[in-house]
Ligand binder design. Structure first.
Ligand code: CA
Length: 165
């Protein structure tokens, strides 16, 4: 059973995501502020974190940065407002694995969560069996900063952190 930490202060969204994940066989835990969220995420007890940006106590960017500084490599999907493109890019550069723009459909979030969980677990097998010598695997992500590269094992043409792909 996959344990998913939801760090989200909007009760309506948190509850909507929590119920959806539970209905899909996962074990969600909800916390509503950044400080508690960082504490929980750092325990290593979770397989994935859904992280809101606008949070009381400590914003999502800070949570993400501290998590990565602490060498916690849990996959993180950031929730962000649809009009905050700059924020989103900053979040990805800060070590997020993916993002969802609010408002979003639960199905979309679930698909991304499942992809991330599968990528983390089945990574080496997928790469070895499906793309052993493909030049695709050596493409450089147009984002071009060092931890990023073009992902050949998850979604062709997307960027991901080298450590998670
Ligand atoms: Ca919020």
């Amino acid at each position: 059973v996959k344990r998913v930490l939801i760090i989200e202060d909007e009760a309506r969204i948190a509850s909507f995501v929590e119920k959806g994940l539970r209905a899909n066989g996962m074990t969600p835990t909800v916390v509503s502020d950044g400080v508690t969220g960082l504490d929980y995420a750092t325990t290593g007890e979770f397989d994935l974190v859904v992280l809101d940006i606008g949070l009381p106590g400590m914003d999502g960017f800070t949570v993400l940065r501290r998590l990565r500084q602490a060498q916690v490599q849990v996959p993180v999907i950031v929730l962000t407002a649809r009009d905050s493109v700059t924020d989103t890019v900053a979040a990805l550069e800060g070590g997020a694995d993916d993002y969802m723009a609010k408002p979003f459909r639960f199905d979309e979030l679930l698909a991304r969560i499942r992809l991330r969980l599968r990528t983390e677990r089945g990574l080496e097998v997928t790469v070895l069996l499906d793309a052993p010598l493909s030049p695709v695997g050596r493409w450089t992500c147009p984002r071009a900063s060092s931890p990023w590269r073009r992902c050949s094992c998850a979604i062709p043409g997307r960027c991901c952190r080298a450590s998670s792909c």
